[in-house]
Design a protein around this ligand. Structure first.
Ligand code: NAD
Ligand code: AKB
Length: 350
């Protein structure tokens, strides 16, 4: 039985209302066991919770090298797992009859520039192990996120198209670009149904970010709620593509539930949410917290941000599987401030 009291393989059409493919979802959603690797991280925690709510707690196994995230405790099974050990991954996939894997392990852009070889090794091996085990063990679907970091200084800054020339300047971006090609290869050569999204910077209140260039857009809320002056590591006018976590989780599930024939992109889909600058988000916060103060002290993350597009053209995701964001800057700011209580806010003083 699932934690919601339904038999594990019981189809619940009332839950299938997330995307624009309701009729086909009814035929396509088969509730197979899911493994989320990197489940204690920023996206992993929220995605695992959403998947468990949708398919039942026992159907979704959370796995991570670090301890189980507090928010996941009591919601379903947790497995300590090091994705760098391919044979352990294979054993767990076999033992738990896993049919879908969400792989969320990576070292992000800023952390990766501090340790390029480790970032390359982790980001590539985690993906290759997952794709190989998927191929060998008959895993039906794999989700692996790419990033706007695949684009470099040569790509158009505004409405960056799906197929813009990618010349990433970070090891993180290089690993994502190579990873996209591996996903394409495993789909076209072995028929593994790998799906991917180029997430923009993700903004969440339930979880903290893990070493990215877009982390300022979360830190800023924690400082504002603690009445601290926020020292922003990007310039006031640096516009970047961002997305509220609710939209990102919904997009991920919509993509994974879309019928196979509609998926035309087997590298990774461009996805757009909100584009804003530090001074624009600060102004929005000031409407709700009038005393909020920000100063600008750009550091090594500024050139990384400068190499990325300012906005993304996601019309192929909209055409193929009906993608539509629901959060704008105002709505996201209000939600973040409503949910981060002073007790939860962490100091961002460096
Ligand atoms: P995160 O750093 O918060 O989480 C990664 C998780 O992986 C952590 O819980 C970590 O403990 C776990 N992990 C690390 N090494 C592991 C190992 N050897 N075995 C098992 N688990 C291990 O990252 P995130 O922000 O949640 O990002 C998840 C994915 O989404 C990554 O691929 C990232 O590149 C991508 N992405 C994130 C963003 C964003 O803004 N957060 C944007 C674009 C793409
Ligand atoms: C980062 O800043 O590294 C991530 C990303 C956009 O991939 N948030």
């Amino acid at each position: 039985m699932s934690s919601s009291g339904h038999p594990a393989f019981f189809y619940r059409p009332e839950l299938i209302s997330i995307g624009n493919h309701r009729a086909s979802l009814a035929k396509n959603v088969v509730l197979n066991k899911i493994l989320v690797i990197g489940a204690s991280g920023q996206i992993g925690t929220e995605l695992t919770l959403a998947l468990r709510q949708r398919y039942g707690g026992e159907m979704v196994i959370a796995a991570d090298l670090k301890r189980e995230a507090d928010l996941l405790k009591g919601t379903g099974p947790f497995l300590p797992l090091d994705i760098m050990d391919k044979e352990i991954l294979r054993v767990q996939v076999r033992r738990n009859e896993i049919k879908t894997i969400y792989l969320l392990v990576a070292m992000l852009s800023a952390a990766g520039e501090k340790n390029p070889m480790l970032a390359w090794h982790l980001n590539m091996q985690s993906l290759i192990h997952t794709l190989e085990v998927a191929r060998e063990e008959g895993v039906k679907k794999v989700f692996w996120p790419s990033s706007i970091a695949v684009f470099g200084a040569t790509a158009p800054k505004e409405n960056c198209p799906q197929d813009a020339y990618s010349a990433p300047s970070t090891v993180y971006g290089i690993s994502k670009l190579a990873g996209e090609q591996w996903c394409h290869y495993y789909f076209s050569r072995y028929g593994v149904d790998v799906r991917s999204i180029r997430y923009p910077g993700l903004i969440s209140y339930k979880t903290l970010p893990g070493g990215g260039t877009t982390d300022y857009a979360i830190e800023i809320f924690h400082s504002a709620i603690r009445n601290e002056t926020y020292s922003c590591f990007l310039r006031a006018d640096k516009r970047l593509p961002m997305m509220y976590m609710d939209d990102a989780v919904r997009a991920t599930i919509e993509l994974m539930e879309a019928p196979e024939p509609v998926i035309s992109v087997r590298t990774a889909y461009n996805l757009a949410g909100i584009s804003f600058t530090p001074e624009e988000i600060a102004a929005e916060i000031k409407k709700l917290i009038p005393g909020f103060k920000i100063i600008y002290e750009p550091d090594f993350r500024q050139p990384i941000a400068d190499s990325w597009p300012e906005s993304i053209d996601d019309q192929i995701a909209t055409r193929d599987w009906g993608w539509q964001p629901r959060f704008n800057l105002k709505k996201m700011t209000a939600e973040m401030i409503e949910h981060i209580s002073p007790g939860l806010a962490v100091s961002t003083k460096r």
